[in-house]
Design a binder for this molecule. Structure first.
Ligand SMILES: NC(=O)N[C@@H](CC(=O)O)C(=O)O
Ligand SMILES: [Zn+2]
Ligand SMILES: [Zn+2]
Length: 425
């Protein structure tokens, strides 16, 4: 089984223009005018950019339990449409994968229903809301990439300490949704002008950073790989920067929405702007960008959180938290961060592919001989308006609909197989 990608403008540190030969799912040759074996499928990249397949370590596929919002099949198709070849799915499902039987079943379905690589986090504690730490050795042996209670913060310090000790013993990461419920005080939007204008209860920034400070102390004591999900405040960036300087084994992600929006951008009491953590102040957004630049924030992850129209109906006070991200992330970030001149495409590739792969030990993130042929071909010059009708996700809950962007995914290949092909090339 061969595929030859011709006229590829390979991006990243190994940049060159030429051909990529794929044999049995792996890159077997890179160069100019490569010979196509008789059985080869030919893809003409027409001098469009070829990137190492994008990696998203934070998605919600909602199956089992909430198939009306998304399924593994629709979530994976959406991710492929967005240029992602590897994603890691969160365990806030029903049943929660906090035991080997449910995890095995879920992993089996992740493999059978997706054309891309879908890795899975198992739960930190049983049922996500308990203080009963799951059996990490058994779950890791069954295929868990790490442990997360995403959607729920671990409220009890002793539970987090025990979880970190256990995860360190099996050499697996703790992936933390950092949220102190007491300090959240029932808030639904960041404190500040918009909370005031809409008369909504506010979320204080310390509800994130106070718990993060606790976690970094515990991570330092246990030596665990601690990964901070969707970091959103200036104080959090500073805490992680200091922890990294001390040698704490911490990695961190930021979402496209926290990098591109702050609460001043919320035009009305519209729940398409409602998510956890909330859109913060401009100084927080700028601190996240600085954090990416200096390596404090290692990677960008979407926190793709699809919901039904019913679940997102009404306003901030009643609607579900979360927005979709898989199908808009690359174009939004490329347009706002790279085309604007602030960062380079190489940096964006580091944040959306190389660094997340490295942090979680995934065989992705670079284009090289012998590597899995996980590749994304993108027309960087194609301009369009973000249109939810083109999405493969069941979720249409996004504040970015209607935005003018550049960068359209033409092909996504995982293990050399086409996982997405754009019809309007
Ligand atoms: N981000 C959100 O607002 N919602 C996520 C949960 C989470 O990522 O914390 C969801 O599962 O819907
Ligand atoms: Zn979360
Ligand atoms: Zn999440």
């Amino acid at each position: 089984m061969h595929t030859l990608i011709k006229n590829a403008k390979v991006m990243g540190p190994q940049s060159f223009t030429g051909d990529i030969l794929i044999a049995d799912g792996k890159i077997s040759a890179l160069g100019r005018h490569l010979f196509a074996p008789a059985d080869a499928t030919i893809i003409d990249a027409k001098n469009n950019a070829v990137l190492p397949g994008l990696v998203d370590v934070h998605v919600h596929f909602r199956e089992p339990g909430f198939d009306q919002k998304e399924t593994i099949k629709t979530g994976a198709a959406a991710a492929a449409h967005g240029g992602f070849t590897t994603v890691v799915a969160m365990p806030n499902l029903d049943p929660v994968p906090d035991n080997v039987i449910d995890l095995r079943q879920l992993i089996k379905k992740n493999h059978s229903d997706a054309k891309i690589h879908v890795e899975q986090f198992a739960a930190i504690t049983k049922g996500l809301h308990s203080n009963d730490v799951a059996d990490y050795q058994a779950l890791k042996d069954a295929g868990a990439l790490g442990f997360s209670n995403d959607g729920v913060g671990i409220q009890d310090a002793a539970t987090m300490y025990q979880a970190m000790q256990a995860a360190a013993r099996v050499d697996a990461p703790i992936v933390a949704h950092i949220q102190d419920d007491g300090l959240m005080a029932g808030g639904v939007i960041s404190t500040g002008t918009k909370a005031q204008a809409f008369g909504l209860p506010g979320i204080n920034h310390v509800s994130e950073s106070a718990q993060l400070a606790r976690d970094l102390t515990l991570a330092e004591a246990t030596g665990v790989h601690y990964h901070a999900c969707h970091v959103s405040t200036k104080q959090s960036v500073e805490l992680i920067r200091d922890a990294k300087a001390r040698g704490v084994n911490v990695t961190a992600e930021a979402t496209p929405h926290h990098l591109l929006l702050d609460y001043e951008h919320i035009p009305a009491n519209d729940p398409n702007y409602k998510m956890n953590p909330p859109l913060r102040a401009e100084m927080d957004r700028l601190a996240l960008l600085d954090g990416l630049e200096d390596g404090t924030i290692d990677m960008i992850a979407t926190d793709h959180a699809p919901h039904t129209a019913e679940d997102k109906a009404g306003d901030f006070s009643t609607a579900a938290f979360g927005i979709v991200g898989s199908e808009t992330a690359f174009a939004l970030l490329y347009t706002s961060l790279v085309k604007s001149g602030r960062f380079t495409l190489d940096q964006l590739i580091q944040w959306m592919s190389t660094n997340p792969a490295k942090a979680f030990g995934l065989p992705a993130g670079t284009i090289g001989i012998g590597q899995p042929a996980d590749l994304t071909i993108i027309d960087l010059n194609k301009q369009y308006k973000i249109d939810a009708n083109t999405w493969l996700s069941k979720g249409k809950n996004s504040p970015f609909i209607g935005r003018e962007v550049s960068g359209q995914v033409l092909y996504t290949l995982a293990d050399g197989q086409i996982a997405y092909e754009e019809e309007n090339k």
